[in-house]
Design a protein around this ligand. Structure first.
Ligand code: SAH
Length: 450
């Protein structure tokens, strides 16, 4: 069975990747991993700062999670709500923006998981935090190339996006002018459209609004943008780190440590925690629980790709503006805020109802998915010297261990059935032979060409 699966996935890869097409969007620019310190102080984002100082004056210091949520997703002045921050002219660049190969490989992964689940009639592709829509667009291109494999399955795309500005950009990229805002009060969908090929696309603010059904979930650089709580070990026990107004400079913010336990510090720190400082993304934990429940009940799989650690790092909270590191408390709302994802926390949050895979380094995942074969095809078909150079640079950025290859990780959730040994056909008396090995999940296992 293993050979059979590998051949199938290999076939998917060769079908998709035998076609030459441009694979570089931009020359590999600064990502959030390779930024230099800021050269000068920025003008503060007055309205966000005023909003935060008013809040702190009214209620006292606020948790870092509340600060991060306000700064990034406040419906009026939030960083994600107002900006298009992705790309060379923005604040950072991501893998799907560096090379289309990235999204194509994730498209192959989605189809291979759909096949591994027994080719259900319905396939919902759900992306959390789709940015400019580039990843979804690359995944859909693969799906259209694999139309004959997908047969009569009804495919739909569901995007969970909090930013109206980015949702308009996604709609433009994915549907051209074939989308419109949905105004029905009682409906969770806020925009609907269809791709040129007629595939339905819907936008939601929250995962719980996405209809149930067999789904493949993808989240790339989404969990690192969710609010984190920060906790400091003190002589009196764990205390929450809060954001306060600097008493010396009333238009500046500073970190303070809560004098007594908060609800978060009493409930979110593990009893056996050994570090002196921890960051906990409670919202990320809730989303993982929702994904796990959906996969358990309706089938499907989730692929989460982000930078992170396995419960070992301490202070990773940082800001980015114009491809430079940025002080998290300065000019709130003008810069992206992010924290490394704690995959050990995500695994704990998933519970026992689903199987967790990884985290494995991006380099390993992409190589297991066949990135080298794809590169060979593209280079063979590319005679322009500068395009060849760009291809090689983007491949290097994605896979080099010193660049994104080992800082980014892939983490998967699959239905436990997916890893179980397939039942032996009834009526066959093969007592001595073990039942076939479980089907490996693409990307997390090296593809065999046997
Ligand atoms: N996945 C894209 C974009 C990453 S930036 C890429 O890799 O290029 C983070 C994305 O998540 C943005 O689209 C942002 O608007 C969205 N986002 C951030 N917080 C969110 C939240 N709480 N709910 C839904 N979307 C969110």
């Amino acid at each position: 069975m293993r050979v059979c699966f590998c051949v199938k996935t290999q076939l998917l890869i060769s079908r998709v990747f035998s076609r030459p097409s441009t694979a570089v969007r931009w020359r590999a620019a600064q990502t959030r991993l390779f930024c230099s310190p800021p050269t000068g102080e920025e003008k503060p984002q007055r309205s966000m700062l005023r909003h935060l100082t008013t809040k702190i004056k009214a209620t006292g210091p606020i948790p870092v999670a509340e600060y991060m949520r306000e700064v990034l997703t406040n419906p009026v002045t939030g960083y994600y709500v107002r900006n298009n921050m992705l790309g060379p002219d923005g604040d950072f660049i991501t893998s799907p923006e560096i090379s289309q190969i990235f999204g194509e490989l994730l498209g192959v992964w989605a189809v291979s998981e759909w096949m591994g689940a027994g080719r259900p009639k319905q396939l919902q592709l759900v992306e959390l935090g789709p940015g400019k829509g580039s990843l979804a667009s690359d995944v859909l291109r693969v799906l259209s190339q694999l139309r004959s494999v997908l047969g009569g399955a009804s495919v739909s795309l569901h995007l969970v996006e909090v930013s109206p500005a980015l949702s308009r950009l996604q709609a433009q990229n994915l549907t051209g002018s074939r989308s419109q805002e949905a105004h029905a009060e009682d409906e969770p969908v806020y925009r609907r459209g269809e791709t040129a090929a007629g595939l339905p696309v819907s936008w939601y603010r929250r995962l719980e609004d996405v209809p149930t059904g067999f789904s493949i979930f993808v989240a790339h650089e989404f969990f690192d943008a969710l609010p984190i709580h920060k906790f400091q070990r003190t002589q009196k026990g764990w205390r929450e780190v809060m954001v306060d107004i600097d008493p010396e400079k009333p238009d500046q913010l500073r970190f303070v440590v809560a004098p007594s336990p908060t609800l978060a510090s009493s409930t979110l720190v593990q009893a056996d925690e050994g570090r002196g400082h921890v960051e906990v993304c409670a919202e990320g934990g809730v989303i993982i629980q929702q994904l796990a429940r959906r996969i358990q009940e309706d089938g499907g799989a989730a692929l989460i790709a982000d930078y992170g650690h396995d419960g070992t790092k301490t202070d990773t909270f940082r800001g980015f503006k114009g491809h430079q590191l940025h002080d998290v408390l300065s000019s709130p709302g003008s810069a992206d805020l992010t924290a490394d994802v704690d995959f050990s926390f995500l695994r704990r949050s998933a519970g026992g109802g689903v199987a967790c895979l990884g985290p494995i380094p991006q380099r390993t995942f992409l190589k297991n998915m066949g990135i080298d074969s794809r590169m060979q095809v593209l280079l063979r078909n590319c005679s322009d010297a500068s395009a060849r150079q760009q291809l090689i640079a983007s491949y290097d950025m994605l896979t080099n261990p010193a660049k994104m290859g080992e800082r980014f990780h892939f983490f998967g959730l699959v239905h436990p059935r997916r890893l179980a040994r397939p039942p032996r056909p009834e009526g066959l008396k093969l007592e001595k032979k073990p039942s076939p090995a479980p089907l490996p999940v693409a990307g997390f296992t090296e593809l065999s060409f046997s």
